[in-house]
Design a binder for this molecule. Sequence first.
Ligand SMILES: Nc1ncnc2c1ncn2[C@@H]1O[C@H](COP(=O)(O)OP(=O)(O)OP(=O)(O)O)[C@@H](O)[C@H]1O
Length: 555
Amino acid sequence: MSAEAEEKIKAQEKYREMSIAEFFAKNKELAGFSNTTRALYQTIRELVENSLDATDTHSILPEIRISLRELEAATDDKPAKYEVSVEDNGIGVPPNEIANAFGKVLYSSKYVIRQTRGMYGLGIKAAILYSQMTTGQPVFIISSMDSSENIYYRKLLIDIKKNEPVIIEEGQLIKKNNWHGTKVYLTLEGDWTRAKPKIIEYIKRIALISPYAEIIFETPDNEIFYFPRVTKKIPKPPSEAKPHPHGIDIEQLKAMISFTKTKTLLEFMTEEFQTIGEITARKFLESMGLDPNMNPKSLIEKGNSKLLQTLSTGLRTYKGFRPPRSEYLSPIGEELIEVGLKRLFNPEWVKAITRQAKAYEGHPFIVEAGIAYGGNIPPSEEPVLLRYANKIPLLYEEREDVSYKVVSSINWKIYNIEEPMPLVVLVHVASTKIPYKGVGKESLSEVSELESEIRNAIQEIARSLRLYISKRNSEHILREKIVTISKYIPEIARSLSVLSIPPEKWGNNKNNDKDLVERLIKIVSRSIEFPKIDGKEEDPEKVVRSVIANVKLEQ
Ligand SMILES: Nc1ncnc2c1ncn2[C@@H]1O[C@H](COP(=O)(O)OP(=O)(O)OP(=O)(O)O)[C@@H](O)[C@H]1O
């Protein structure tokens, strides 16, 4: 293109750079802040998830206090204004990191290979940007670490053009007790009336999946929702992992090489990746035609791009590496899922399973599922689906989620479940990399490995449910038979008694009646065998006696 043509295009189009803060300020719906209802929900979500990451991920039993106050009521042309505050008893934020953690988009302590709710370094900043754009108010953060003698506070805004925090006020106070944690205050426009059902549902679902947390939510209507801790059992926290070779692209490889302190390719392979021992590393490098003694840094020097490409492709495709390790993951566990489902639905039957770890593109993941049936579950045409990813409840975009695809494709009739069905299906995916469809973190992509694990998990539990329902149905039929037969026992006993004693003793045969009733109860009970349900079996004699007692009452 000639210089003249280039000048002409420049004159037609105005070019400039945009900071990431400005990008998310302009495209707030991408992070889940599309309107006043969603914004209120999303703000609470971001704050609560940060609080949980700061507690259970570090083996602290969470105590979370959420408060939402209306500051200004809505008018015809302006939405209402609210103050949101969330306090936790977590690890706190180091004082020199508070400003960037809360004032710089894409700044995070979670850019490591570890299973955490947060992963983008965006959430709280998106909420602060929304608050700033709708009310102009700064965010107020108070935080203290366990080891600290002080409590630190910062009031800040985000410089949208520079993507930098602007401190309005800062200071520290001497800690008089041993409090540690973080409290954040935000002011924003919102619509509580519309957001209320989703926010309450979200907190309920958080409480379901974290029964070891104590959660208090104070609403603008002065209601208090209190979710006490129901167990002190907390899942083993996730730990940080090295990358698996199958998940590494060429740019990541270059970055790893430039940071490594290792001196040979062999060392680089065994030190910087998970699951690679010396024998595997040697075999792999040999099959790639790469010298194990080569300095890895030389691969990013000019003229070696072919070798770098060979290594990168090999890492992603070599079949001889062991699968990613799952001990870094922190699933919820069958027991806690069952506790949570029981607490929320008081179901007739419940079961959960935690599957073995699997991997996609070098990322380990574990699928857990739970099914609750009957009890307080309102029957409906399709199961109620509760989706979770790294212990976050997902409430929006249900139909776009891989779990919905699986659940809606299951023919529940083959599991003896008729419509309308009182059925809740819970799916939890734990991974060091959740394949979200967007930064709003509301739905999971259709990764085939994930899809088949979800299907297997649900089907496995559904088979147990089928067994339960068929036993329960046959028990119902048996019970009806028992009622039909047992209610005639007193009548039959009376008739038999008349036949078995001489006419002159008629009228004085009460003891004989009783004896015959007892003998008939024994005979009938002996012929009944209840199916065992969940390892428990009913006593037939008790059932027969209760039928007779009811018949007497009716007479
Ligand atoms: N309550 C808190 N306690 C301790 N640290 C916190 C708290 N809230 C935020 N942080 C710190 O601030 C960082 C930035 O939080 P932010 O919500 O922006 O992103 P994230 O949680 O890392 O990722 P995501 O955007 O996926 O939520 C976190 O990584 C964490 O280090």
